[in-house]
Design a binder for this molecule. Structure first.
Ligand code: AMP
Length: 179
């Protein structure tokens, strides 16, 4: 099964992605994680990605699709995957040829997400400045909401209230992706 997780930063995508991965025995993959790893490389591409990420902007569509498609060619993703953070624009949707079974939208308000991110303890990341987070949320409304409309029209969008407890959300996703 190929599942896409969509939601603003702080919506709980990685928490729910990992739970789903465990439960369904399907690998979890986050494009944010892939790009953070690439940003550590001391190469022109690594520095370029780091600069874009730290400002909260998106990596250009063509580059993103190229990298994600290359990753998904690995044998472990043959039977399916839980993809967090991609596609984020309609252009990416159009260029992506791997197929999608269900799209789970974890819906939380901007306010709730900002609150959660400012109280997230411990491992705050280099690309998690308030300016970058606000930019990411702004770009979500501008570029990713049309992606949600697209999948809604296709009849594969599952909308989940992301402000409930972790367990309740997981249960609801499990119920809805079966139907
Ligand atoms: P995330 O952890 O999903 O918030 O991603 C962190 C950063 O990685 C984003 O702010 C973007 O710079 C980059 N990124 C992740 N996924 C994508 C994507 N699908 N398209 C473009 N940039 C992305």
């Amino acid at each position: 099964m190929k599942i896409i997780l969509i939601g603003i930063q702080g919506a709980g995508k990685s928490t729910q992605g990992n739970l789903l991965s465990e439960n369904l025995k399907i690998p979890y993959l986050s494009t944010g994680h892939i790009f953070r790893e690439m940003a550590k490389e001391k190469t022109p591409l690594g520095r370029y990605i780091k600069e874009i990420m730290n400002a909260g902007y998106l990596i250009p569509d063509e580059k993103t699709v190229e990298i994600v498609s290359e990753y998904l060619k690995k044998p472990e993703y043959k039977k399916g995957y839980i993809l967090d953070g991609f596609p984020r624009t309609l252009e990416q949707v159009k260029m992506f040829e791997n197929g999608v079974d269900k799209v789970v939208y974890l819906k939380v308000s901007d306010r709730e997400a900002l609150w959660r991110l400012s109280y997230r303890n411990g491992d705050s990341r280099e690309d998690e400045t308030l300016t970058a987070i606000r930019k990411r949320i702004e770009l979500f409304h501008e570029l990713t909401e049309p992606v949600l409309d697209y999948y809604k029209q296709n009849g594969i969008l599952v909308e989940i209230d992301g402000e409930k407890s972790i367990e309740e959300i997981h249960k609801e996703i499990m119920e809805q992706i079966k139907s």
